[in-house]
Design a protein around this ligand. Structure first.
Ligand SMILES: Nc1nc2c(ncn2[C@@H]2O[C@H](COP(=O)(O)OP(=O)(O)OP(=O)(O)O)[C@@H](O)[C@H]2O)c(=O)[nH]1
Length: 356
């Protein structure tokens, strides 16, 4: 069961949510440094450097977050922000007591942000840079550099909590993402057949239809309904009806291209969206599908049971210029195929009542 690709708008929606949280973390960081400046009491000569850093950081956040130029959200943008946060924190630490600064734990804000939004690799890279920053903050002068290297054990004690927080948050984040993708896949899938369900079809179809209209490319809808499933249910039981539906799904899917989208609309009705497919080609596909189903059999106990399907076709742009109209018109063509005796393919015709 594979989750469908998120439409661009949903991906953007998710990023926008993350970006709002990152912005709040940035302001929180700024407030913490401001509070320290106001109450913690850095040395008088260091106040200017801290104020300058705060001004630069605030200007960066305002520019990056709130100007139109940078408005499009992306993970790259969040990555840049976390790197700038590291620089800002390191600078602030330098002037507020270095490794003894109460602001040292501000690195945790960066690590958590990165672990939640950017993944393992970015978090590991940032942890590496933070460890180098700690080494730098730990040495008092160039001669002490080696000394601080020898004091690497002490450094590790400081650094280990950062690694742990990064590790645990990345793990939780991966678990949450996995859980969400499972829920998403379930919410998009028809349990019986494993095909997309109506909701997922609507999302994918809207996106594909948008592409077709944008480039004025043909696109066809096949509305497919089983003939006589009620009889199968009545005669052999609901389980046999379920087997029949599964067989239909497999049979139809087998005759479609990988770029076509097949979904179960509900009950014994399926819908297929065929991109780049004219009415004539759609008719060929529909006949092929109908033929395949007609020749297939479902095993019920010792019996091999046959079923047929009826198919209605509507094609963009001739049979409708919006998706809803196409679906309704394919449905009315299907109705005609049923009325004409079933096990038939019918194309929408302009003389047919347009129900949209
Ligand atoms: N076994 C099973 N049957 C279902 C399921 N969903 C709907 N059905 C049955 O499918 C049947 C559909 O009946 P109708 O709409 O009369 O269709 P039909 O018997 O296939 O005949 P047509 O008029 O040709 O469509 C009903 O008996 C429903 O109960 C399902 O998930 N499993």
């Amino acid at each position: 069961m594979k989750p469908i690709d998120l439409p661009v708008s949903l991906e953007r929606e998710e990023l926008r949510g993350l970006a709002r949280t990152v912005a709040e973390i940035e302001w929180l960081l700024l407030v913490l440094v401001l509070l320290y400046q106001a109450f913690g009491g850095p040395k008088e000569e260091d106040r200017a450097a801290i104020s300058m850093a705060m001004m630069f950081f605030a200007a960066f956040v305002l520019t990056f977050r709130y100007t139109n130029f940078y408005r499009t959200e992306s993970r790259w943008k969040i990555a840049i922000e976390t790197w700038v946060m590291i620089v800002f924190i390191t600078w602030s630490l330098w002037f507020t007591g270095k490794l003894g600064s109460p602001l040292l734990n501000c690195y945790l804000l960066v690590i958590i942000t990165s672990a939640l939004t950017l993944g393992k690799l970015s978090t590991a890279a940032e942890l590496l840079v933070i460890s180098l920053a700690l080494l730098m903050l730990g040495h008092e002068s160039a001669q002490d550099w080696l000394l601080s290297l020898s004091n690497i054990g002490g450094m590790a004690v400081l650094f280990v909590p950062f690694i742990l927080v990064g590790y645990v948050t990345t793990m939780f984040s991966a678990d949450i993402r996995y859980g969400l993708s499972k829920v998403k896949a379930l919410s998009e899938t028809d349990e019986l057949t494993g095909l997309l369900n109506r909701r997922a079809f609507s999302i994918v179809a809207t996106r594909m239809f948008g592409q077709a209209t944008r480039y004025t490319r043909p696109l066809s809808i096949l509305m497919i309904d089983s003939d006589g499933l009620k009889q199968v249910n009545d005669r052999y039981g609901h389980g046999a009806g379920d087997d029949m539906l599964r067989m239909l799904a497999q049979c139809i899917q087998h005759e479609l291209r990988s770029t076509d989208v097949l979904a179960r609309q509900g009950g014994d009705e399926f819908v297929a969206l065929l991109p780049e497919t004219s009415a004539a080609s759609a008719r060929e596909v529909a006949e092929r599908v109908r033929h395949a189903v007609e020749n297939a059999r479902t095993e019920v106990g010792s019996e091999l049971v046959q079923n047929t399907i009826s198919i209605g076709i509507a094609t963009y742009p001739d049979d409708g210029r919006i998706l809803e109209t196409l679906l309704v018109n394919a449905d009315s063509a299907l109705y005609r195929a049923k009325a004409a005796g079933r096990n038939l393919v019918a194309e929408f015709t302009a003389s047919e009542p347009d129900l949209a």
